[in-house]
Design a protein around this ligand. Structure first.
Ligand code: NDP
Length: 341
């Protein structure tokens, strides 16, 4: 079977592709934004014969996926839509965040219905951002489940980058559910709603001084200074990128997962907790990086909404990695790469 994946260069997408190719079951067609990015990705995957890349430059264009789907759509059995802006250094939230997320989803969904008659399952990478408003994320009286949605409107969301991201993910997800019904799509839909996705990069070559948004949480602690407060201190829920990829791959063929929203969250974290794990597991960093006072999960949970994903955990065939495993694997990769420089 052939899987099309949008946003093939992404942190999560690279792990999905790796698992698909490792399974020796699937051929993969991935979309990237430029030839230079395609070249790097192809070389990272050792010019794998079952991976081919196509260019989709701009998600915002309402016919962004049309030509690729007209040409190759008949060969696609499954679709992963992962591409969406996850950059917080932008200023035009409408045009750089909301429009590409929303138009990109609308177009790939419609192109699948029109030009890809053999698709059996469409799996969309949404986010826990679709599940509640930003202020609710830090309210311990809020309970979030697979039925929750954020209630953000467009106008308030064009003024603030966090709201813009939450709005972009909630709206893009709703479009898929709505189009699935409205267009009478013959394929099944599964949506994946991950919390903060941590873990190693699929390839050492992606390790750089500054990583993608979620990975930067751990990377910035590795590069923090002793006796200095953490510059980028966050609290939230976490999940390992390899588990996120596995859930995507499982969603392709599992009937149980059809029509479901899957909240991928193992547990809660804070930057302080991660810094403490790094200090404990990497004695060579002791005295070099920040060493906050110990913090308990009970204390962290006072500042977070409760995410209740027992339904998702009951549907998936595997358990999620814990924070220590994620931190050790991530930091080991960063240190190994930096030792070779
Ligand atoms: P990355 O930034 O690594 O990947 C995003 C992908 O989308 C890249 O391939 C990027 O291309 C592509 N993309 C972004 N904007 C555009 C655009 N305007 N036009 C075309 N392509 C675009 O992030 P992640 O791997 O972390 O994110 C993947 C998905 O997972 C996203 O949908 C995100 O919302 C979701 N997610 C991520 C979480 C996390 O903690 N990381 C948590 C919850 C959900 P390029 O490489 O060229 O920039």
């Amino acid at each position: 079977p052939t899987v099309f994946i949008s946003g093939a260069t992404g942190f999560i997408a690279q792990h999905i592709i790796k698992q698909l190719l490792d399974s020796k079951t699937y051929k993969v067609v991935g979309s990237v934004r430029s030839a230079a990015k395609a070249e790097k990705l192809e070389s990272d995957f050792g010019n794998h014969p079952d991976l081919s890349l196509v260019t989709v430059e701009d998600l915002s264009k309402l016919d962004a996926f049309d030509s690729v789907f007209k040409e190759h759509g008949a060969s696609f059995d499954y679709i992963f839509h992962t591409a969406s802006p996850v950059v917080f250094t932008i200023t035009d939230f409408q045009n750089e965040m909301i429009t590409p997320a929303v138009n990109g989803t609308k177009n790939i969904f419609e192109a699948t219905v029109k030009y890809a008659p053999n698709v059996k399952k469409f799996v969309q990478t949404s986010s826990s951002a679709a599940l509640r408003n930003p202020e609710a994320s830090t309210d311990p009286s809020v309970n979030v489940t697979e039925k929750s949605w954020n209630t953000l409107g467009l106008e308030e969301s064009t003024k603030d980058y966090i709201k813009a991201y939450f709005y972009s993910k909630g709206t893009a997800e709703k479009i898929s559910w709505e189009l699935h019904e409205k267009l009478g799509a013959k394929f099944e839909l599964t949506v994946i709603n991950p919390v903060y996705v941590f873990g190693p990069q699929a390839f050492d070559s992606s390790v750089s001084n500054h990583l993608n948004f979620s990975c930067e949480v751990i990377n910035s602690i590795v590069h923090s200074k002793f006796n200095t407060p953490l510059s980028n201190s966050v609290k939230g829920n976490f999940i390992d990128v390899r588990d996120v990829a596995r859930a995507h791959v499982e969603a392709l063929t599992s009937d149980k997962l059809s029509g479901q929203r899957l909240i991928l969250s193992e547990n809660i974290f804070s930057s302080e907790l991660i810094a403490n794990i790094i200090n404990e597991k990497f004695p060579q960093l002791n005295g070099k990086i920040a060493k906050p006072s110990p913090i308990s999960n009970e204390e962290i949970s006072k500042h977070l909404a409760n995410i209740d994903n027992h339904v998702t955990k009951g549907l998936l065939s595997f358990e999620f990695r814990d924070l220590t495993t994620i931190v050790v694997d991530t930091v080991s990769q960063i240190l190994n790469v930096e030792a070779k420089k």
